[in-house]
Each structure stands twice: as structure tokens, then as C-alpha cells.
Write a protein that binds this ligand. Structure first.
Ligand SMILES: [Zn+2]
Ligand SMILES: [Zn+2]
Length: 130
């Protein structure tokens, strides 16, 4: 998967390009993703250096935990990125990627924290936490 991928927020204020491999998508069911996404979050990841910002003046970062930061568009509210301080990878919400993504969901994490209004029925691997 070496072709460049692009993506961005709903209002197009934030646009980015990825030059490098995007890892299979994980669906995160933690309570923080539920709040920021309104549902579980599906995220791919790549080395942070692979992501080039084409337009990011509306991009803001919210420190959501001791080591975690979430990037979102301050104009339209799109949930775009998750990045841990000192970690080499950046996580990108899969829905913000332009199609085709050529990616698939590979499994579920933080299943123990998921809300009670839905069931996971796709048969993919599930982890209670990370
Ligand atoms: Zn936006
Ligand atoms: Zn999460």
C-alpha cells in the first residue's frame, strides 16, 4: 500500500496526505472515543512522519488523558487524530480518509468499556482493553 492517501474534515479546513503504509483499522470502544465520535471510533495508524498537513489552521488538539491527545477541526468538529506523546505513530479516524481507503477493520479494542446499545457481531477479534 504505497499510493498516497488523503483525507480531511467535513468542512475541508483540515486536509492531510499520507505517504506510507496505513495499518489495518482498529475499532476502539473506549468511553473517550464514544464521546468524541458519538459512537465507537475506527482508526488506522501510521508513522507520524508519513502524514503531511496540507491545511491545518483549524486543527486543534485536546489533551484527553495523561499521554493522549486528540486532534479535531475547530470549525466543524470532525474527530481526526489521536496521538500519544512520545509514540512514533499517529492514529487517523478512518472515516476522514477519502475513498477508496483500501483498508479493513481488523479487530476491536476496549470492548469491556463499550456502551450497551449495540453488539459486536462481525466475528473479528475482540480485546477487553488495548
Ligand atoms: Zn472542519
Ligand atoms: Zn478509544
Amino acid at each position: 500500500m504505497t499510493a498516497k492517501k488523503s483525507g480531511g474534515c467535513l468542512c475541508k479546513s483540515v486536509r492531510f496526505e499520507v505517504d506510507g503504509t496505513l495499518n489495518p483499522i482498529v475499532a476502539c470502544h473506549c468511553s473517550q472515543c464514544a464521546k468524541t465520535s458519538g459512537n465507537f471510533a475506527t482508526m488506522t495508524s501510521t508513522a507520524a512522519g508519513n502524514v503531511a498537513m496540507l491545511s491545518d489552521e483549524a486543527l486543534r488538539w485536546f489533551q484527553s488523558s495523561e499521554t493522549g491527545n486528540r486532534g479535531f477541526c475547530s470549525r466543524c468538529g470532525s474527530n481526526l487524530f489521536w496521538k500519544q506523546t512520545d509514540a512514533p505513530d499517529i492514529y487517523i479516524t478512518a472515516g476522514t480518509l477519502d475513498q477508496p481507503t483500501d483498508l479493513k477493520i481488523s479487530g476491536h479494542i476496549f470492548v469491556a468499556s463499550k456502551s450497551d446499545y449495540y453488539d459486536i457481531t462481525d466475528g473479528l477479534p475482540q480485546k477487553d482493553e488495548w
